[in-house]
Design a protein around this ligand. Structure first.
Ligand code: ZN
Length: 182
């Protein structure tokens, strides 16, 4: 068989058997078709033992966990990208997504504030941007601060981004007392 690819028996044996590369990998290496590699193997009498084929299929790769930085092993799926495994365990995955209990509490705060506002008829129609803005106020609330309604809901203030501000917990208590004393 005449070919423009120069493939020796030794090289093919080294790649296909010793390094246990797939036929597709070897073909890619030489820049030829997988069919040619198959023909070459037949020509040289190279046959991959069944146990090596199995090993190749379940070849694992090492990855670093995105959350805890632990090195872990996963089977390298052909379809990576969006469905790529990024975490060593379920806990790391959920902790990463929920950003911890503090973040979860802030999300719950924002939901509770909305519910309270709804009960006191302080909800106004908001655009998606304004909804995000309200939510971000609660999510990004710094340690030691609370989200406060500038005009209190009890005084007709609305649950709207323009009516929200950060107050330290002490300031907020003081303001609250003043309002209830008046
Ligand atoms: Zn982890």
């Amino acid at each position: 068989m005449k070919t423009r690819f120069f493939i020796t028996k030794e090289d093919l044996y080294e790649l296909f058997i010793n390094q246990n590369k797939t036929r597709e990998w070897v073909a890619n290496f030489y820049g030829c078709s997988a069919v040619l590699i198959k023909k070459k193997c037949q020509e040289f009498g190279i046959k991959k033992p069944a146990d090596l084929v199995g090993k190749n299929l379940e070849r694992k790769i090492q990855k670093e966990c995105l959350y805890c930085s632990k090195i872990f092993e996963v089977v390298n799926f052909r379809y990576s990208g969006k469905w790529e495994i990024k975490f060593c365990c379920h806990k790391c995955s959920s902790d990463y997504r929920y950003l911890g209990s503090k973040h979860k509490r802030k999300v719950l705060n924002s939901v509770a504030a909305r519910r309270r506002a709804n009960m006191k008829n302080a909800l106004v129609e908001l655009t998606e941007e304004e909804k995000d803005s309200v939510r971000n106020m609660y999510i990004n609330c710094p340690e030691g601060y609370e989200v406060d309604h500038i005009i209190p809901i009890s005084k007709g203030g609305k649950h709207h981004p323009d009516n929200l501000q950060y107050l330290t917990i002490q300031e907020n208590r003081k303001k609250h007392n003043k309002c209830s004393n008046q």
